[in-house]
Design a protein around this ligand. Structure first.
Ligand SMILES: C[S@@+](CC[C@H](N)C(=O)[O-])C[C@H]1O[C@@H](n2cnc3c(N)ncnc32)[C@H](O)[C@@H]1O
Length: 294
């Protein structure tokens, strides 16, 4: 296991179970966002995540879930994701230990594979749980969205003693529409299940305050930690694959180099196309039209 960064923004290269047991103090974390492998055969930097059986996957999940709960402060919040087929097990397991306040659906525009013989998957579930339903952080005013009916149509609520214009903003409901991270988006990193910045912004703004500690035991491209840092939260991110540690170090601006390798964002194919096109343009911009390069 290797540890990078600072006390406020820490990256741990290692296994989540070991790192949680040895590197994170009990009752110390304000917010945990856990986005584990889903046991659906994704390739994480050469490692195919697939357990021998569903039971084996769930058994592993219950171990890190229990550790996460141990690390969470008494007034902390826990957000957890997994594949739709495993979420019912998480729900039944967690409801005995925590209060599940919202069962969120992250809904997106299209699935990678277009199903023809069944209804394709267009969402991922997220559980939002708290240890104490009478004492937890929820910054409703920081995550308001437009209330379409009231604001756009300028409706007046005549049920009130003094008729009042409907609110133009509201706390989002439990169906969240955010685009998946696409290859051409600025935030894209080379990872098969990168979560959008906008999704983490909503979670971190709602369920933590400045200087709070945010933990992500399966950091991937370190979206959670990058957003936490940008929002002036402390963070701990754990990740098993070295390639993703490098992304984390760069995204959190914790290092410019990793073991002698310069940390630079991968150039995408359309970016090289653009470079080539610019190069061609300069040829024709020469004063007498004569190419200066062959
Ligand atoms: C679903 S992805 C997380 C994606 C992340 N939320 C993001 O926005 O990029 C799960 C990550 O967990 C990592 N992982 C798998 N097993 C792990 C383990 N035992 N300990 C720590 N990380 C692990 C994988 O390498 C993968 O990057």
């Amino acid at each position: 296991m290797e540890i990078f960064g600072t006390n406020n923004h820490k990256i741990i290269h290692g296994d989540a179970l070991t790192a949680l047991q040895t590197q994170v103090a009990d009752n110390s974390v304000d917010l945990i966002f856990a986005d584990p492998p889903y046991n659906i055969g994704k390739n994480f930097s050469g490692h195919i995540e697939k357990w021998a059986s569903e039971e084996a996957y769930l058994d592993w999940c219950y171990q890190w879930i229990d550790l996460c709960l141990k690390k969470l402060k008494p007034n902390g919040s826990f957000y957890v994701m997994t594949a739709t087929q495993f979420m019912p097990f998480f729900d039944i397991y967690l409801r005995k230990k925590l209060d599940i306040l919202s069962r969120v659906i992250w809904s997106y525009d299209s699935s990678g594979v277009q199903a023809k013989k069944y209804f394709g998957s267009m969402y991922e579930p997220i559980l939002f749980c708290v240890k104490d339903k009478n004492s937890y952080t929820f910054n409703a005013n920081d995550i308001l969205v437009e209330a379409k009916t009231g604001a756009k149509r300028k409706l007046i609520d005549y049920r009130k003693a003094i008729p009042t214009v409907y609110n133009s903003e509201k706390v989002p409901g439990n169906v969240w529409e955010f685009s998946r991270v696409r290859y051409r988006m600025d935030e894209y990193e080379n990872h098969p299940t990168q979560k959008p910045i906008a999704l983490l912004e909503r979670i971190i703004k709602a369920s933590s305050n400045e200087n709070d500690l945010v933990l992500d035991p399966f950091s991937g491209t370190f979206t959670t930690c990058a957003v936490a840092k940008a929002l002036n939260r402390k963070c701990i991110g754990i990740e098993l694959q070295e390639e993703y540690i490098k992304i984390g170090l760069r995204r959190l601006q914790l290092a410019k180099e990793y073991k002698g390798e310069k940390l630079e964002k991968e150039v995408r194919t359309f970016e090289t196309e653009r470079l080539t096109n610019n190069y061609n343009l300069t040829l024709f911009e020469e004063p007498n039209g004569t190419p200066i390069h062959d």
